[in-house]
Design a protein around this ligand. Structure first.
Ligand SMILES: NC(=O)c1ccc[n+]([C@@H]2O[C@H](COP(=O)([O-])OP(=O)(O)OC[C@H]3O[C@@H](n4cnc5c(N)ncnc54)[C@H](OP(=O)(O)O)[C@@H]3O)[C@@H](O)[C@H]2O)c1
Length: 288
């Protein structure tokens, strides 16, 4: 297959390139090479005659999205529309990477593909709009991921939670982390190989959740990071309302797939994935 990865140097994009490029003609497009908000710039896609276009491009700074709704919608929704429109024109499949933040967080068990989205912040609303635009190409997959961690770090956020925690612990900074917000931490390497399996198995078009199994609070996530790395900072659980955040966040946004297991695709537990990530980044040795 000929596969284009938009946002190829981003956190997820980097791992998508790694898992796809051995077996497929994989063309990475960086932000410098394509601006998804600009229709003319998107025409470059046609030159590569792709079968599949994976759109990872997004404006992901959730608090900043509240202050910049126009930019948020231009990238996350209009960008998605441009990519879906071009894909449809050339009869290619569009893959749009979406988020757990399309849900409102009122559930107490993981959201499945059957649950109705009801986003509560500008980022989530814009990503849901991106999903809807993506559906304008019948040949589409919407893949919802969550709380990503990958070796490249999110370029849009300037790193990831794990690296922030480890850096603070090494500087002996006291650390406070919210213990009332649940999510499914997800290794981009695992999300990328799931996306590869979905493409290769030619699963029915539609929406899929692709997160590591299980869930935890951000505080519990931090505890596990420090347990594995043998770091021992002063770690305090706090409540979300103690932080002054611009965007409301879903209190419970863990995801689970009820569709992928039917096709024999299962993602491992987030703790195992975290362990491998820490090895990949050299924070722990393989035998530890
Ligand atoms: N990170 C998370 O925890 C998380 C959680 C749920 C869902 N997601 C979704 O997962 C996807 C990937 O996230 P990520 O963590 O890999 O983010 P990332 O590291 O910021 O990667 C996004 C990539 O897209 C590029 N990009 C941004 N705006 C663009 C534009 N207007 N036109 C073309 N390219 C553009 C970025 O390039 P520059 O950096 O050079 O601008 C970057 O290479 C996103 O769709 C996001 O909504 C992420």
């Amino acid at each position: 297959m000929r596969i284009i990865v938009i946002g190829s140097t981003g956190q997820l994009g980097t791992d998508l390139m790694k898992v796809l490029e051995h077996e497929h003609v994989t063309i990475g497009l960086t932000h410098k090479q394509v601006e998804v908000t600009d229709w003319d710039s998107c025409q470059i896609i046609k030159e590569h005659s792709p079968d599949v276009i994976i759109n990872t491009a997004a404006f992901i700074k959730v608090d900043q999205c509240e202050e910049e709704p126009l930019k948020t919608f231009t990238v996350n929704a209009i960008g998605a529309k441009n990519i879906a429109t071009i894909s449809k024109e050339i009869e290619a499949t569009t893959i749009f990477i979406s988020t757990d933040y399309v849900f409102d967080g009122s559930k107490t068990e993981p959201y499945t593909e059957d649950d109705a989205p009801n986003p509560i912040n500008t980022y989530g609303i814009s990503k849901l709009a991106g999903e809807l635009f993506t559906k304008q190409n019948p040949k589409h997959y919407i893949i919802r991921v969550a709380s990503l961690f990958g070796a490249a770090g999110a370029s849009g956020k300037g790193g990831n939670f794990i690296e922030t925690m480890i850096a603070k612990a090494k500087k002996n900074e006291p650390i406070s982390v919210v213990d009332d917000m649940w999510m499914s931490p997800t290794y981009t390497k695992d999300a990328a190989s799931t996306i590869k399996k979905i493409i290769e198995a030619k699963l029915p078009f539609g929406t899929y959740h692709a997160t590591n199994q299980g869930y935890c609070t951000w505080f519990q996530f931090a505890q596990e990071i420090f347990k594995i790395t043998n770091l021992n900072p002063t770690l305090t659980p706090i409540k979300t309302n103690q932080l002054q955040m611009k965007a409301k966040r879903p209190q419970f946004s863990a995801l689970k797939s009820i569709k992928l297991p039917k096709y024999g695709i299962k993602m491992r537990d987030w703790k195992e994935a975290l362990y491998d990530y820490l090895i990949e980044k050299g924070h722990i040795a393989k035998s530890e």
